[in-house]
Design a protein around this ligand. Structure first.
Ligand code: ADP
Length: 540
């Protein structure tokens, strides 16, 4: 037998402090940057753990974070788990009702809040039942009056014992908590064990997965509240990569400037971020040196092929498509080319890049058709994807909805996909976003991707609208590029996509709008679009 070695999240940080004490953690603060090292991170995390203990936080207690991507947030990723408590990363963009719901539902006792985000918490403070202490992530001068009894994070740390004294916990204890962003219904909570995060980090780092190394300079643009920040802060700490945090409200200019000034090699975010960056670069004409970038991980929703191509051809930057979800901590699959596909033609390779790739080691997958049978892996037949694995949840926290989603040891993702003979996943749609026309399914994702390949289109979302005869028909909502060559027309869009689809797939109508509404994690908000255009359907 081998040793019984507990896989604990704080062992990741202990290793970093011992192995790479001098590597850097850099955070954009105002017009400048804050820099410190893993040694500093370790010391301050020990203090934060003790400060939380002094506030009465112990095993299993919840500590909420309401913050941007910063070094202090990174400290909060590690300190609660170190003392046996749980870090709950709260989505700062949720509606107030959902925010109050998740804080109460999680039972957060302490909230760590960035100063400029304090008003959002102050507005719901009277509805929070379990919070005993607000801590403002800053100096005493940054503590607002609006939050009664709030204290400064820096004062707490200064007063805390510097001793590193981790709690005795089991690898199956909960160390993290994250809620889905509630595009429909109330948010659902997912709890992560120490073991899940440790194994997720080890696997993510692997060359055929996220391929992250000590040589990387990693900048997560994905918010630290979105699906565990895709595990990047833990993985980067495990491998000893330098980490660059973009701070408050990073927009395309800040993202580009940081890539250049900090020689970022590895960054990650949802496609809408990368569409925005590309548009900014084209319109502003500002030149940045992005040559340090080795890869951009794009995940969270389908990566349009046209975006991947534009990054490759115009900027010389490789985008890698990844797929996952809050319920899987979140990594499921990454697009890496198998050796036996090296001989594919250029265009077949490109098509392959747009798929969601191949499952990470450790994940088991099933493709299940409407009758509950296994669908063949032929790249054509569709089914729902089911997963299980060491970092996949087996329930939602205290939630009756668990039984619909977690069945007989499998997580039913609600994602419809095909899988080809080589194991490459192609997501067709979320079940709730598919368009059901005359009993047949139309993929909104395929239509969107084709429309976004039009050079004068900035963004496109396709939604189902009710139809008296066909039940539902697709409607394309299109945002023209501000600097487009010619005014976009419905006919122009239809002509562009007609060769690619069967006639009955083509949208019944195209509406031009200024902006596609986004969810709190930056995805196209199709529910908002369906609400907005519901009347269009009833007139059909
Ligand atoms: P939320 O549910 O709040 O949007 P998640 O990020 O957890 O947050 O959502 C996970 C879902 O996002 C997946 O089940 C899938 O539908 C979608 N998704 C994630 N990555 C991709 C991708 N690369 N391509 C297509 N869809 C994706």
């Amino acid at each position: 037998m081998t040793m019984q070695y507990e896989l604990l999240a704080h062992r990741i940080l202990e290793r970093a402090a011992a192995q790479f004490p001098g590597k850097q953690i850099i955070t954009r603060v105002g017009d400048g940057v804050h820099r410190y090292t893993y040694a500093d991170l370790f010391r301050r995390t020990a203090r934060l753990g003790n400060a939380l203990r002094a506030l009465g936080i112990g095993r299993g207690d919840r500590v909420g974070t309401f913050a941007w991507n910063t070094y202090r947030h990174l400290e909060a990723y590690f300190a609660p788990p170190t003392i046996g408590a749980v870090v709950h990363t709260i989505n700062t963009r949720l509606a107030p009702d959902d925010m109050a719901y998740i804080i109460n539902h999680a039972g957060d006792q302490v909230l760590l809040i960035d100063p400029d985000l304090a008003p959002a918490i102050a507005a719901i403070a009277h509805r929070l039942d379990t919070v005993r202490q607000y801590v403002i992530l800053g100096e005493p001068s940054e503590v607002p009056d609006s939050l009664p009894g709030a204290v400064s994070y820096e004062s707490l740390l200064a007063a805390a014992s510097p001793e590193y004294n981790p709690a005795h916990v089991s690898e199956y204890d909960i160390m993290g908590l994250c809620y889905t962003s509630a595009t429909t219904g109330l948010p659902k909570g997912v709890a992560y064990s120490h073991r899940a995060i440790y194994l997720h980090s080890l696997t993510s780092a692997a060359v055929d997965v996220l391929a992250m190394s000590e040589r990387d300079r990693v900048m997560p643009v994905v918010p630290m509240f979105h699906a565990n920040c895709w595990g990047l802060p833990y993985t980067a700490t495990l491998v000893g990569a330098d980490q660059i945090f973009p701070g408050a409200r990073p927009g395309p200019p800040e993202i580009c400037a940081l890539i250049q000034s900090e020689a970022v090699t590895f960054t990650a975010g949802v496609p809408t971020i990368w569409i925005g960056v590309l548009d900014y670069l084209q319109r502003s004409g500002v030149e940045y040196d992005l040559s340090s970038l080795r890869q951009i991980i794009s995940g969270g929703s389908a990566l349009p092929l046209a975006v991947l191509q534009a990054y490759r051809e115009r900027l010389g930057v490789e985008m890698v498509h990844a797929y996952g979800m809050t319920e899987a901590a979140p990594l499921i699959s990454v697009n890496r080319r198998r050796t036996w596909l090296d001989s594919l033609s250029d265009s077949a390779r490109l098509d392959l890049c747009a798929t969601q790739g191949v499952i990470a080691p450790g994940i088991d997958m099933k493709l299940v058709d409407e009758n509950g049978s296994a669908a063949p892996w032929d790249g054509i037949q569709r089914g729902e994807l089911w997963f299980r694995g060491p970092w996949v949840a087996d329930e939602y926290v205290n939630d009756e909805r668990s039984a619909e989603t977690f069945v007989d040891g499998w997580y039913h993702s609600g994602d419809i996909a095909s899988i080809d003979a080589n194991g490459y996943i192609q997501i067709v749609d979320r079940v709730k976003d598919m368009v059901k026309s005359g009993g047949e399914w139309i993929s909104s994702v395929d239509l969107e991707s084709a429309i976004m390949a039009h050079p004068d289109v900035l963004e496109a979302a396709v939604i189902a609208i009710p139809h008296p005869q066909w039940q539902e028909r697709p409607l394309a909502c299109v945002v023209p590029r501000a600097d487009g060559a010619a005014p976009l027309t419905k006919d122009g869009i239809m002509e562009f996509i007609t060769p690619r689809f069967a006639r009955w797939w083509l949208p019944d109508d195209v509406v031009f709008i200024d902006e596609i509404p986004k969810t709190s994690v930056g995805k196209f908000d199709k529910k908002a679009l369906r609400d907005r255009f519901a009347n269009l359907g009833s007139r059909a």
